[in-house]
Design a protein around this ligand. Structure first.
Ligand code: ZN
Length: 469
């Protein structure tokens, strides 16, 4: 299931990727703004096994071609309807709005390739390394402000704004011009690198061209969403023309995404629509092909979310019959069964999902653990502990999983383990005060020097400069 928006606060060293516009403004912003903390509430992150696995599949070959990733890529889904995507280190941030806006996988893959080009090129690497999440949010806020000024300039030229507005608009225009000059080189380099990665993986650049072309048209922001990506990526005509030439020169220009990947993409889009945008958005996506698998998936999901669970189960059973090896259909079945309070059947469905999941998502393991806890027998609670620990092993920053784990240990009477899990839950929610309280409580009942005791000590010793890994 696509989890409700949640705030990400415990992730360390999250920096915005290197688009010149952002980093250039940074010095000014942080220096003059005393209210950086106002933006420190965090990024609204959503978690979903299916979407994370798909975006990871998009990114993996590109990262490999860029020489960036030897091991896992952390996908961070940001619950935001605007278009944005950026890469920091091995962490890829992407707005749900960007995923819904893209009609094909290739459009997202192109953006990932461009961002990977910035990383591989070491663009403003030093600055990027120094950034943290709070500053990232300040940058985004500033970008939005700068965007508004650019919009003001457009309005102003029609003579609608007063003198004050004119000054602001002029400033924005000037900033915009110097930024364009500053970052043009890096953007062209990133475009070229992107094409290299796409060629190396036999993929077309048409998706990238389509996305960037969309940002190029219509600078006016009236009535449309303000996309951070558009603001950090000014698209002068010349750059689009250069990019177009590169794309069309590729032997892979006419390659399209494999049908199975396109189908997964369609299913992802309709899922985001169902959970984040509501029924009208689902209907819009279904209209084009109401009987496709993706449409029927969307229908089953909205029946689960807004309608009759029995009908949702029937629709999901039909999906499972068509794709018996799809873990996310089993996951949906588990979600519905939890809603109608049948935890034992839900646990069976989640167990199937876990066994079918090639990505081995910790989220599915945690769902299985929750269902086993809800079954409530001592045996099932023990199994829940195993599954929750497996899930955390895959996904150690999942604060919610620690809370369930603490509850499960509590039910089994394992109080020091419960206290330590509670400490971890607080720790990964960035509630360090309570994390330390529970870590100390756990230590009193643990043997000095054993692994749990040492972990508790790490939490007690935590200061922002030696943040635990
Ligand atoms: Zn860029």
């Amino acid at each position: 299931m696509l989890s409700r928006p949640r705030t990400m606060i415990a992730r360390s060293k999250i920096a915005r990727a290197a688009c010149g516009f952002a980093t250039l403004l940074l010095a000014a912003v942080v220096a003059v703004s005393a209210s950086v903390n106002a933006f420190a509430q965090g990024v609204p992150v959503v978690r979903d096994a299916e979407i994370e696995a798909l975006v990871r599949d998009y990114a993996r070959p590109i990262f490999k071609a860029a020489g960036l990733a030897n091991d896992g890529i952390d996908i961070v889904l940001v619950n935001d309807q605007s278009f944005n995507a950026f890469v920091t280190g091995r962490r890829l941030f992407i707005n749900t709005g960007a995923l819904v806006a893209a009609e094909t996988p290739n459009e997202i893959i192109g953006v990932i390739a461009h961002e990977a080009g910035h990383i591989a090129g070491g663009h403003q690497q030093k600055l990027r390394d120094q950034l943290d999440r709070a500053k990232t949010m300040a940058i985004i806020a500033t970008l939005l402000g700068a965007g508004a000024m650019v919009a003001g300039a457009t309005t102003n030229s029609r003579g609608l704004a007063g003198a004050g507005m004119g000054v602001a608009a002029g400033g924005g225009e000037m900033a915009q011009r110097s930024i364009l000059a500053y970052q043009r080189g890096e953007e062209i380099t990133a475009d070229r690198s992107a094409i290299t990665y796409l060629n190396a993986t036999g993929q077309s650049g048409m998706g990238m061209l389509k996305t960037f072309g969309r940002f190029q048209s219509a600078l006016s922001l009236s009535g449309t969403q303000l996309d951070p990506y558009r603001i950090s990526h000014p698209m002068p005509q010349e750059r689009i023309a250069n990019l177009e030439a590169l794309v069309k020169a590729s032997p892979y220009v006419d390659n399209v995404d494999p049908p199975t990947l396109q189908q997964r993409h369609d299913m992802m889009r309709i899922k985001i629509a169902a959970y984040m945008q509501g029924q009208a958005a689902v209907s819009r996506l279904m209209r084009k092909n109401p009987t496709s698998l993706a449409s029927r998936y969307g229908d089953a999901q909205q029946t689960y979310l807004y309608g009759n669970p029995g009908a949702a189960l029937t629709k999901t059973a039909a999906l499972i019959k068509e794709q018996p090896k799809n873990p996310y259909f089993q996951e949906l079945r588990g979600d519905i069964l939890m809603k109608v309070n049948k935890p034992k059947d839900a646990a069976d469905a989640y167990a199937k999902a876990v066994s079918l999941d090639p990505a081995r998502s910790g989220l599915l393991m945690v769902s299985l653990g929750q269902a086993l806890m809800a079954v409530g027998t001592p045996d099932s609670v023990k199994k829940a502990v195993t599954q929750l620990n497996n899930g955390i092993g895959r996904d150690k920053e999942n604060a919610e999983a620690y809370r369930y784990l603490a509850q499960a240990y509590g039910e089994l009477g394992q109080i020091p383990a419960a206290d330590l899990a509670t400490a971890e839950g607080h720790y990964y929610s960035a509630d360090y005060k309570n994390a330390k309280i529970f870590a100390m409580r756990a230590q009193q009942k643990l043997k000095r020097g054993e692994p749990g005791w040492l972990r508790a000590q790490d939490i007690i010793n935590y200061t922002p400069s030696n943040k635990l890994k």
